[in-house]
Design a binder for this molecule. Sequence first.
Ligand SMILES: Cc1cc2nc3c(=O)[nH]c(=O)nc-3n(C[C@H](O)[C@H](O)[C@H](O)COP(=O)(O)OP(=O)(O)OC[C@H]3O[C@@H](n4cnc5c(N)ncnc54)[C@H](O)[C@@H]3O)c2cc1C
Length: 285
Amino acid sequence: MTEKQNRFSEETLSIWRDTVHLPAFSPLKGACATDVLVVGAGITGITTAYMLAKRGVQVTLIDASKLASGTTGYTTAKISAQHGLIYDHLIRSMGEEKAALYYQANKEGLHWIGNHIKENDLHCDFNMQPSILYATSDKEAQDIEKEKKAYDQLGILGTLTDSVPLPFAVKNALIMPGQAQFHPLMYLHELIAELVKMNVPIYEETLAETIEEKETERQVKTKNGSISCQHVLICSHFPFYDYRFYFARMFPERSYLLACETDGALPDGMYLSAGIRNARFAGCI
Ligand SMILES: Cc1cc2nc3c(=O)[nH]c(=O)nc-3n(C[C@H](O)[C@H](O)[C@H](O)COP(=O)(O)OP(=O)(O)OC[C@H]3O[C@@H](n4cnc5c(N)ncnc54)[C@H](O)[C@@H]3O)c2cc1C
């Protein structure tokens, strides 16, 4: 095996987690109190805790495992509002207003991250890239045309093309300009450092087991302790505390990502096959 092949060996589980080491925090033992408890320290929980602490809210962050060791540590690192073939589906299933809201929320998220990185001069390999959804079959090409109509209906900027710099035949493609990619853990490393500076208590290996609703407060029972708080934000990717039968709608999914070094330079852009049912199932280069 050459040195180049060896750098990302079969032992490599995540380039992001292998190249950035986040600080470690002790588990919670005993009882404590806070105004807001954020359960789950992936990108959702860390960002939420950061935004609240910045506004002067007393916040505590816990994770059942290590920080960013859930899905956040293993993504394709795109910050994009183009999540596969989604907008035509959203208009048909939820209506135009909600589909537009979905786009707006994702666009605002992208702007928030971009501005935050710029204003605070964070080093996390952030760079703007177009997001490109491509078709390799006639059926996918038709789906992309429908998706473009949905973009037009919602006022989303997008260009339909049949020419993309990929090394295989593509029927057509839909380009969403102005999206971004970054090193998610370099980015979160900076947010966590800010949380520490603001004295936000962080506990790892602290599994929230249940929430007890009291008259004036809530008590979250963890493996080895409990936290009294006014509000609980569940950022655990799936709800650990079920009050609307979410468990009945949950099912397990597994996606696979392959990271490779190439001999030549890759074309610009973040590519996703329209044949992939859901954006989370990568297929990106
Ligand atoms: C293969 C793949 C690629 C992806 N690529 C992208 C991408 O490029 N761009 C993008 O935006 N999205 C991508 N996603 C979607 C991605 O999942 C989300 O964007 C994001 O990482 C989810 O973050 P999260 O913080 O909500 O969840 P997670 O990162 O899963 O964090 C949840 C945390 O909650 C903790 N937790 C769970 N239960 C408890 C409990 N009871 N008590 C305490 N803590 C608990 C977990 O330990 C975990 O750390 C991808 C997903 C997959 C699977």
